[in-house]
Structures are given as structure tokens and as C-alpha cells.
Design a protein around this ligand. Structure first.
Ligand code: NAP
Length: 329
């Protein structure tokens, strides 16, 4: 089992290496790939130094699985070349997510749709993954009608440059800007670029991707995505209107029984999820579960997860594990 990590020097790529090690991912050969700028540099993994290679050399090495996190353009150009060489690509960018011929996978929810023929598999957007992990069990039981999401997203979701911008600003150093505005002590109501409809690309990912993952177009979603100066993970305030009424105790029970979801919800002890505590964890944390008293069958909750873990690296690696366990690669 040869595994390539494409984008190994990036935020997601470096967490991928950590998660591969932690989960003891069953590979015999590891191929680390980045841009030509990094080719020749060394990265240490489990005490061994690996030399970073370029994309063409990696295609020629014919890995069984390539874990991609090197941006949309790299994926668009290179994922098909790997696929043609027989590699199964699991891609973290937005390049293939909404392509009708590609599957968008959160293994706990729809891993069962994967087949041997899937050579390019899309990993959903980070803010989508944590959202659907909490929505999926509730949707099956109560049938969602409308979801309203407001996000509070970590700078690590933008990549290395944004984390550096925040660090520089907190130290009072003038440096390169990943955002149009300062992020320290700020809240920027723009994640990614604006589209013609006035929403950002990130907001429209939250609108479209849950429907594809849940295989259901019958509910509607609207979102506002905001960048805040946190580094540990993304938070989401979510309002869900269901077709059917629910019991709050049942909602908590259902979420507590969902693999990969942890309920942290105790008002007596001021217990609720927060990004500094979700940092470096693979689970999705849910709290502040309460009835929306302004309309029937409607729930409010707060969802937090480490965007570089379950939102990216961990989900990608879980897809790889699913493929191996089910002989699909
Ligand atoms: N950050 C998140 O929370 C998150 C979550 C889900 C998905 N993603 C997606 O994952 C991807 C990477 O995000 P990131 O946050 O890790 O970004 P990042 O920290 O900026 O890292 C980008 C990585 O891509 C490599 N790269 C850039 N251009 C390349 C090229 N032309 N050929 C080969 N490699 C190239 C870089 O290599 P060099 O070091 O050589 O430049 C680096 O390893 C993006 O598509 C992003 O949308 C990110």
C-alpha cells in the first residue's frame, strides 16, 4: 500500500501526517508531495526523513491512494492524472465536490455509496463536515425543512498564511496579509470570495454540500460565514426547523449515540463546546441544545470541531481506511 500526501507542507497536509501516524494507517510506502518550491526539502515522519517530490514524480510512483490538500487548481489538473495511473485520489479541495460524477463523502454518513470505480473522491468543506455529522441523525428521525447557519471560523481554515497573519498581528509585527483586513480583535463577514448572488463561496458550500451528502434535496439551507481570530476550530450556531416535532431529551440521546459526535451540554456547570477544547480532537462537539421558542418544531444548537481534523485530515483518512477495509482500493 503506497500512500501519497499531496500538499504535505501545508496546514492540512501536516495534520494528515499526524493523523496517519496516530491511526497507524496501513501503508508500506509514504510519498510526500508539494509544489516545486518545496521539492527536495525533507520532512520527518516517525523518525525517518522523507524528501518532498513534485507532482509528476508522484504520478510516476503510482501510489494506491493519494490524499490531496494542495488547492483546487492543483486538484483539477492533477487528480485526473493520478486517477488515470490507477491511483484513488481523496481530494480536500472544492474542485470535485459538486461534480455529479464524483462522490462527496463523510464515511459515517454515506461511506456505503463508495465503489472500486470511484477514482476521485471528494472530501466535503470543513464547515460542512461538522454540520452534517450533527444533522444526519436528526434528519433521519425528524426530517429537516430548513436550516439557518452562522459560522465562527478559525483562521487555520484559510491556511498557513492566515495563521501567520494572526500571529504577526498579536505580536505587533507587520507582515503579509491573508485577509483584506486585520483579523486580530476582529470578525470578518467574508470567508472566501463573493459570488454573483451576494453570498460567499463558503456560504454556498454550506447550502449545497449537505444535500449531496445526505442524498436529499428536500430541505433548504441558508448561511452566513464569519472569520474570527481563533485557531483551534470552527464553531456554528445552527437553527433547524423540522417537519416533525421532537423531544429535547430524545435529540440529546440521539446525538450522544452518534459515533463521532460528543454532546457537551450542561448549563449547571457552564458546559458547552468551544474551539480551544476541540483543538486536536477528531470528534464533533454539540451543545446549547434548546428549542427555538419562536416557531414550532425548531431546534437551536452549537456545533464545534477542529477544522483541520474532522473538517479535513481525519475525514480524508477515514475515507482511505474505509476503502482499504472494504477492498475498494
Ligand atoms: N485549512 C482547512 O481547514 C481546510 C479544510 C478543508 C479543506 N481544505 C483545503 O485543503 C487545501 C489545502 O489547504 P491548507 O489550509 O493546507 O493550505 P496551505 O497551508 O496553504 O497549504 C497548501 C499546500 O499545497 C501545496 N501546493 C500549493 N500549490 C501547489 C502546486 N502548484 N503543486 C503542488 N503543491 C502545491 C503547498 O506546497 P508548498 O509548501 O510547496 O507551497 C502546501 O503543501 C485547500 O484546497 C483547502 O481548501 C482546507
Amino acid at each position: 500500500m503506497k500512500v501519497a500526501v499531496v500538499g504535505a507542507t501545508g496546514m492540512v497536509g501536516s495534520v494528515m501526517l499526524k493523523v496517519l501516524e496516530e491511526r497507524n494507517f496501513p501503508f508500506t510506502e509514504l510519498i510526500l508531495v508539494a509544489s516545486e518550491r518545496s521539492a527536495g526539502k525533507k520532512i520527518s515522519y516517525k523518525g525517518t526523513d522523507y524528501t518532498i517530490i513534485g507532482l509528476q514524480d508522484a504520478v510516476d510512483a503510482k501510489p494506491n491512494i493519494a490524499l490531496f490538500s494542495a488547492g483546487g487548481t492543483t486538484s483539477e489538473i492533477w487528480a485526473p492524472k493520478f486517477a488515470e495511473a490507477g491511483t484513488t485520489v481523496i481530494d480536500n479541495s472544492s474542485a470535485w465536490r459538486m461534480d455529479p460524477s464524483k462522490k462527496l463523502i463523510v464515511p459515517e454518513i454515506n461511506g456505503n455509496v463508495l465503489t472500486k470505480e470511484d477514482k476521485i473522491i471528494a472530501n466535503p468543506n470543513c464547515s460542512t463536515i461538522q454540520l452534517v455529522m450533527a444533522l444526519a441523525p436528526l434528519h433521519s428521525k425528524y426530517q429537516m425543512k430548513r436550516v439557518v447557519i452562522s459560522t465562527y471560523q478559525s483562521v487555520s481554515g484559510t491556511g498557513v498564511k492566515a495563521v501567520e497573519q494572526l500571529e504577526n498581528e498579536t505580536k505587533g509585527i507587520k507582515g503579509e496579509m491573508a485577509y483584506h483586513y486585520p483579523i486580530n480583535r476582529n470578525a470578518i463577514p467574508q470567508c472566501d470570495v463573493f459570488l454573483d448572488n451576494g453570498y460567499t463561496k463558503e456560504e454556498m458550500k454550506l447550502v449545497k454540500e449537505p444535500k449531496k451528502i445526505l442524498g436529499d434535496e428536500s430541505f433548504s439551507v441558508t448561511a452566513t460565514a464569519v472569520r474570527i481570530p481563533t485557531a483551534g476550530g470552527h464553531s456554528e450556531a445552527v437553527n433547524i426547523q423540522f417537519e416533525n416535532d421532537f423531544d429535547l431529551g430524545d435529540v440529546r440521546k440521539l446525538l450522544s449515540q452518534t459515533p463521532g459526535v460528543i454532546v457537551q451540554d450542561n448549563l449547571d456547570t457552564n458546559t458547552y463546546p468551544m474551539p480551544i477544547y476541540a483543538h486536536n480532537k477528531d470528534e464533533v462537539f454539540v451543545g446549547r441544545i434548546r428549542r427555538d421558542e419562536s416557531q414550532p418544531n425548531t431546534l437551536n444548537m452549537w456545533i464545534v470541531a477542529d477544522n483541520l481534523r474532522k473538517g479535513a485530515a481525519t475525514n480524508t483518512i477515514q475515507i482511505g481506511e474505509y476503502l482499504i477495509e472494504n477492498n475498494l482500493v
